[in-house]
Design a protein around this ligand. Structure first.
Ligand code: FE
Length: 344
C-alpha cells in the first residue's frame, strides 16, 4: 500500500468496513464507524485481569469432598474444557481472518482491543484450572476428546477455513458473501450462542454459593463478550448497508440454517454437561434457553425468530443487566501502574 505524497484528505464517505479505499487504513480520523471507537472506549474502561480475583474459596471447595457432587464436578470440567480453547479460536479469527480484510481503521482499532481481551479470557480459564489443581493437559485437550465440544469447534473452524486462506481476498460478490458469512458465524454463533450455556452453568454454581471466584471471572468475561457481540452485530449491519447486494434471500436462509445447526450442537453439548441435570437446570431448560438466545441474535441482524419460546432462565438476563451496573472495582484490588509509578 504505497502512500501518495500530497494526496487529498480522506473522504470518509469512501470508508467501508470491507473494500474501502485502502489508502486510509492507517488514518483513524475523520472517523465514520463511530460504534467501533465507542466499543474501544468501553473496553478500556472495563479492563481487568484474572489474577485480581481471589480463588481461595474455590480452591477450598474444590479440594473438599463435601461441597461438590460428582455431577457438579463433571459439569464444571466440561464447561472449562469448552472455554479453554474457544477463546483461542475467537482470537485467531479476529487476528488472522477478520483484521486483514477490514478497511476501517476504527474497526481495526477495536479488533486489537478485542484480540487482547480474548487472550485475557484464555488466561482466566488457565488461571482457574491451575488454581484448582486440575489436570491441565486433560482439560485443554477436551476439544479433541469430548465429541460435543469437538462438534461445536468444528462447525466454526470448517466454515471459517475459506477466509483463513492466504490467497483469500474480498472484492468479488462471492468472496464478500463468504466474509460476511464468517462474520455471522463468528459473532452470532461462536460469540453469541456457543458461550452462553456455559456462562449459565457457571452462574448456576454462583447461585448455589459454589465456586464463586470462578463465576466472578466469568462475569467479567461475559461483560467483555457482550461488547464483542455488539461490535460484531454492528459490523454485520453496517456491511448490510454499505453493500446491500450481499444480503440476499438465499443468504438469509443460509444464516438461519447455520444458526439452527448451532442450536442443535449447543443443545447436545448441554446434554453432555448435565446428563442428569443440576441446580434445577436440565437439558430441556437449556434447549429452551439456547433457542431463546438464538432468536435474539437473529433479530439483531433483521432475521425472523425461529423458536418463539419463553426464557426459562430469566435470571440470566438479570446477570447481564447486573453486569452493566455492578461496580466491578468494588470486589478487586487494582494497582495498574500509571505514569508516576512506572519503574523502568
Ligand atoms: Fe470474544
Amino acid at each position: 500500500m504505497p502512500i501518495t505524497k500530497g494526496a487529498k484528505a480522506v473522504d470518509i464517505n469512501k470508508r467501508k468496513i470491507i473494500n474501502g479505499d485502502d489508502a486510509d487504513v492507517v488514518q483513524l480520523y475523520p472517523m465514520r464507524h463511530t460504534f467501533a471507537w465507542d466499543a474501544y472506549m468501553v473496553g478500556n474502561s472495563n479492563h481487568w485481569l484474572p489474577t485480581e480475583i481471589s480463588m481461595q474459596r474455590d480452591i477450598e471447595q474444590w479440594k473438599s469432598r463435601d461441597v461438590l457432587t460428582d455431577d457438579e464436578r463433571k459439569a464444571f470440567e466440561t464447561v472449562l474444557g469448552f472455554f479453554t480453547t474457544a477463546d483461542s479460536i475467537a482470537a485467531n479469527n479476529v487476528v488472522l481472518a477478520l483484521y486483514k480484510h477490514i478497511t476501517s481503521p476504527e474497526c481495526r482499532m477495536y479488533l486489537l482491543r478485542q484480540g487482547y481481551e480474548e487472550a485475557i479470557h484464555t488466561h482466566a480459564y488457565q488461571y482457574i484450572v491451575e488454581s484448582l489443581g486440575m489436570d491441565e493437559a486433560r482439560i485443554f485437550n477436551m476439544y479433541r476428546n469430548v465429541e460435543a465440544i469437538y462438534n461445536k469447534d468444528n462447525l466454526v473452524l470448517n466454515l471459517n477455513e475459506g477466509i483463513f486462506d492466504p490467497m483469500f481476498k474480498t472484492g468479488t460478490f462471492e468472496n464478500d458473501q463468504k466474509f460476511l458469512e464468517n462474520l455471522c458465524v463468528f459473532s452470532l454463533i461462536l460469540e453469541g450462542i456457543f458461550f452462553y450455556s456455559s456462562f449459565a452453568v457457571m452462574f448456576g454454581f454462583q447461585r448455589q454459593n459454589k465456586l464463586t471466584g470462578s463465576a466472578e471471572q466469568i462475569q467479567y468475561i461475559m461483560r467483555d463478550e457482550s461488547q464483542h457481540l455488539n461490535f460484531g452485530i454492528n459490523m454485520i449491519n453496517t456491511i448490510k448497508k454499505e453493500q446491500p447486494e450481499l444480503w440476499t434471500k438465499e443468504f438469509e436462509r443460509r444464516i438461519i440454517e447455520l444458526v439452527k445447526r448451532a442450536v442443535v450442537l449447543e443443545y447436545t453439548f448441554a446434554t453432555e454437561v448435565f446428563p442428569r441435570g443440576i441446580f434445577g437446570m436440565n437439558a430441556e431448560g437449556f434447549k429452551k434457553y439456547i433457542e431463546h438466545i438464538a432468536d435474539r441474535r437473529l433479530e439483531r441482524v433483521g432475521l425472523p425468530p425461529q423458536y418463539n419460546v419463553e426464557n426459562p432462565f430469566p435470571w440470566m438476563s438479570e446477570m447481564i443487566d447486573l453486569n452493566k451496573e455492578k461496580n466491578f472495582f468494588e470486589t478487586r484490588v487494582t494497582e495498574y501502574k500509571t505514569g508516576g509509578t512506572l519503574d523502568w
